[in-house]
Design a protein around this ligand. Structure first.
Ligand code: ATP
Ligand code: MG
Length: 390
């Protein structure tokens, strides 16, 4: 067995009490699936840590990049594994500094001790290892904001020593929090709202509405590209592509243009609830943020939401555009979201859409539209595919 391994700490799972084993199993399975394309021998969970053994240490950069995309991960460290003895720990620390090739002006040692029969406290270990390393690297110790941190973990008679650590997004492992239907446009916001829910462990099914052939199929291509990115976090993203054009044409022929956008939105919610019903998803997710555009006033949010039989979660409700863009860049969706496309709503949008819709007026207008079986038709004309990480 290689003396190197990756030691992973998860984020919130440990607080889940009785469900802990179940959460751990999800997390461990997800780590295994994410690392599928890289060599490893075993992945095991013990003492609230996940260990990846039998890795190719030369490919740490590849492992670490992928691991940042595993939801629920707090941090992952490339470790040298050996018996928990002071002398071997010192030598391992020296070796790991050398192999990382890191440049630094000062350092610190951060030991954690799960194995309480180890004869030294964490503090004593920090001092001993620090005193050994200091003359070798000829750099001072600095406790706050050190340029290099040497991590030592003593667990079950073994010591793990490393300096290369990455942080993840935290949250919960995908798959522990039921499913939801996420309304995905190819804009900036909805990929971010989807990500925030993936991070809460929710397994999302996506729905995208398009107006082809009146608009080009570009938005569909963009949505698939976005899901290729979100699949890095979710692994597998089911997508429903639903044609909205006939319903939109009906709305446009039978109502005043100032209500169109709201009625389109209500149609989207109604169709999304039909999909949610089929897959037994308790909620919908949307990327609305209050006041961001004229259609996202509180009154309009109310006027669109009452149509469905499911709550709509809006993870971005209180964020401003700048914050959302920053998130989109971190997640990696921003570049695709700013590619041009014809939005199914804005393509037909009138000059003065309703910004403070009265719920009862919208309901009255909608009631008079003869939709017939257009909703069922749209659902059965939908295309479905699963977009996966590989
Ligand atoms: P986004 O950047 O997500 O497109 P936006 O600021 O452009 O959001 P709107 O166009 O008003 O806002 O859409 C609000 C929300 O409605 C979107 O975040 C998304 O969840 C949903 N939505 C809008 N258009 C579509 C669509 N064509 N398909 C699926 N969902 C959509
Ligand atoms: Mg949009």
């Amino acid at each position: 067995m290689s003396k190197y391994c990756i030691l992973i700490h998860y984020h919130e799972i440990s607080i889940k009490g009785g469900n802990r084993t179940w959460f751990e199993r999800h997390f461990e399975d997800n780590v295994r699936l994410h690392l599928k394309s890289l060599p490893f021998e075993t992945i095991t969970t013990s003492s609230a840590r996940v260990y990846v053994f039998g890795i190719d240490v030369e490919r740490w950069n590849e492992y670490s990049k992928i691991l940042t995309e595993v939801m629920g991960l707090s941090n992952a460290t490339l470790m040298h594994q050996q018996k928990a003895e002071l002398e071997t720990i010192k030598i391992a620390a020296q070796e790991m500094i050398l192999r990382s090739g890191k440049e630094f002006e000062n350092f610190r040692v951060s030991a954690r001790r799960q194995y309480k029969t180890f004869p030294m406290t964490s503090g004593e270990l920090n001092v001993e290892v620090g005193a050994y390393i200091q003359p070798i690297v000829n750099k001072p110790v600095k406790l706050k904001g050190a340029g290099l941190e040497i991590y030592i973990e003593i667990v079950k008679g073994m010591a793990y020593v490393g300096v290369d650590r990455i942080s993840g997004h935290g949250g919960l492992p995908v798959g522990v929090s039921e499913t939801a239907v996420s309304l995905l446009s190819s804009g900036i916001d909805s990929p971010v709202s989807s990500f925030e829910m993936i991070k809460r462990g929710v397994d999302l099914t996506y729905v995208h509405f398009h107006s082809a052939p009146s608009t080009s199929r570009q938005s569909i291509k963009n949505v698939k590209k976005l899901l290729k990115i979100l699949a890095r976090y979710q692994l597998s993203c089911p997508l429903h592509l639903i044609p909205l054009l006939e319903i939109q044409q009906k709305i446009m022929s039978e109502s005043h243009d100032k209500y169109w956008v709201l009625l389109f939105r209500r149609a989207m919610i109604r169709l999304s609830c039909m999909i949610a019903e089929k897959i037994d998803a308790p909620v919908l997710i949307s990327g609305e943020s209050v006041g961001q555009v004229a259609s996202q006033t509180l009154s309009n949010i109310r006027a669109t939401a009452d149509v469905g039989d499911r709550p709509i979660l809006r993870p971005l409700a209180g964020m401003n555009k700048e914050e959302i863009i920053t998130r989109a860049k971190i997640i990696g969706t921003y570049e695709v979201s700013i590619e041009p496309y014809q939005d199914c709503c804005s393509f037909f949008v009138p000059a003065h859409p309703e910004t403070k819709a009265r719920l009862n007026i919208i309901q009255n207008v909608e009631e008079r539209i003869q939709f017939g079986d257009l909703f069922e038709k749209a659902i059965s004309a939908g295309e479905f595919e699963i977009i996966s990480i590989n």
